[in-house]
Design a protein. Structure first.
Length: 524
């Protein structure tokens, strides 16, 4: 299939058949080069159950049957949404199974699903794409890990570069089968746990060395086990981190508590997923080895993983999608949201350009001392300021605020999302007041930022009120305690823009504390 010409107007199902769970990501590709997530599903099947405890690595009949039934259900669900393409991969459990061909044949015959078994390093690459597409690390060196049931994938790299990639035969189910066997129902003796941890540490010698060589600053992880350990730590010790984070000290206390409990009591620990209680210590030993061998202080837990990486990899091959372009995760995420809301791309780009000119010229004349990071937030707010039209034009600034706040923009922290949402919210109607922003939970610096930047966006929006790009440039050309001068260049009649700007003149004078002088200039 030629993705460049046949990649739009379709529904695609991405299926990840793992050692512990089967996951589905169902996505609709839209003609404007955006995508819509229709459904995300996950079912625990324990495909690798008892596979790693004997001499022969074989999938047992019960595990295969569970996986086939789930895959069949996922295929049927996808077809109800008119899915026409199915991309399914299998990882560690199938990769190592002596009877994998039998399983793959049954999947195709009974579930109607053709599955590709991917190598460990390819799995690691896709996991990296999934995690890195949801965060903003820039040029900082970071560790990306996926702790699965049968294998652990490790990538060290930056936002757009992989420096080291490897897959290890370490997993929550694998270590449980190897070291605990039938004793998993009892408290775990310290000596046994240390043996598990030592086994994991020996396997992690190379990534440990690479992490030191590459000066790793950050660590991100994905997996049900890692997520559950972080949830338990948050419940036990009331950690209030921004997002789900597993701190080293909290983890050490959690694993000590879990090891001292028999399985039935372990299932009742606050925050634990009871279905994971029997394998969580095996996974914890691997996490413990990561903390110690790589000298990590914390691991930020990502909800994104292999199936999201499959999607990113797929979109990167379709010309026209932002994912195929060499742009930042923030730009991709903002473009995705804007296009999903069918925004007026020409108008939004014009407003963003005018807003940048206002920001830069205002800094030159001494109206503010914000930096490039704040400038970037204004640009994103300008691109997204009208997305609320997707819900209704009436009060669309309020709808824009809601959509930006709740769309799960990738690559931004919650504070940045709040700032962008509030800049967009106040691009029209009433000017923001300090109390409005305080109620939004913004700190004093962020409040001042929104007050200033929303004013630039308000002016920029006004200068393209007719959505025709009549104004080519706008700059603050003079500023003192008594007067602010705004110069505007255009070669066309701008009656609508002049009228709306005049309406805002009194409010602008109150905001700046002086006369607001407007010079209309002939563009050259």
């Amino acid at each position: 299939m030629d993705n460049a010409t046949d990649g739009l107007r379709k529904v695609v199902a991405f299926i990840d058949i793992g050692t512990n769970s089967v996951r589905l990501l169902l996505v609709r590709l839209n003609p404007n080069y955006s995508y819509t997530i229709i459904s995300q599903e996950k079912e625990v099947v324990r495909l690798g159950e008892k596979e790693f405890s004997g001499r022969e690595n074989c999938l047992n009949d019960g595990a295969m049957q569970r996986a086939i039934l789930v895959c069949k259900k996922f295929v049927e669900l996808s077809k109800t949404y008119d899915a026409t393409e199915f991309l399914a991969v299998a990882t560690s459990a199938v990769r190592e199974a002596e009877n994998k061909e039998e399983f793959l044949e049954r999947l195709e015959k009974e579930a109607g699903l053709k599955v590709h078994v991917i190598p460990g390093r390819e799995e690691a690459r896709l996991v990296y794409l999934g995690i890195s597409s949801g965060i903003n690390v820039g040029d900082r060196s970071a560790l990306f890990m996926d702790l699965g049931g049968g294998s652990t994938e490790v990538v060290i790299g930056t936002q757009n570069r992989i420096d080291y990639v490897e897959s290890f035969r370490l997993g929550a189910i694998r270590l449980t089968d190897m070291f605990l066997k039938e004793g998993r129902a009892d408290p775990i003796p310290k000596k046994v746990y240390e043996m598990m941890k030592q086994y994991a540490a020996e396997n992690l010698l190379m990534p440990s060395q690479k992490a030191k060589e590459l000066s790793v600053e950050l660590a991100f992880g994905t997996s049900g086990t890692l997520t559950n350990l972080a949830e338990i730590a948050n419940r036990m010790f009331q950690d209030k981190a921004n997002g789900l984070v597993l701190e080293r000290n909290s983890f050490k206390r959690v694993i000590d508590v879990l090891c001292r409990l028999p399985l039935e009591q372990r299932r009742n620990v606050r925050g634990i997923n009871p279905t994971r209680a029997d394998i969580i210590i095996g996974g914890g030993a691997i996490v413990d080895a990561f903390f110690d061998e790589l000298n990590l202080r914390k691991i930020t837990v990502s909800s994104r993983g292999l199936r999201e990486g499959m999607l990113m990899d797929y979109l990167s091959r379709i010309k026209g999608f932002p994912h195929s372009q060499n742009i930042s995760i923030r730009d991709r995420s903002v473009t995705q949201l804007a296009r999903s809301c069918n925004f007026d791309e020409r108008h939004s780009s014009t407003v963003a350009c005018l807003a940048m000119g206002l920001f830069d010229s205002a800094k030159r004349v001494g109206l503010h001392n914000f930096n490039d990071e704040e400038r970037e937030l204004l640009r994103y707010a300008a691109l997204l300021h009208d997305v609320g039209d997707f819900i209704s034009f009436n009060d669309h600034h309020i709808h824009s605020h809601y959509l930006i706040s709740n769309a799960g923009l990738l690559g931004f922290d919650q504070s940045e999302i709040k700032i962008i949402a509030n800049i967009a919210r106040f691009h029209r109607k009433k000017f923001p007041q300090q109390k409005d922003l305080k109620n939004e939970g913004l700190d004093p610096h962020s409040q001042d930022l929104v007050l200033e930047l929303s004013t630039f966006l308000r002016i920029a929006e006004t200068l393209d009120r007719g959505h025709c790009g009549a104004v080519s440039r706008a700059e603050f050309t003079d500023a003192n305690s008594k007067r602010i001068t705004l110069s505007i260049w255009s070669n066309e009649a701008c009656h609508l823009e002049e009228w709306r700007l005049a309406e805002n003149k009194e409010s602008l004078e109150n905001f700046y504390g002086g006369a607001f002088v407007i010079n209309w200039m002939k563009a050259q």
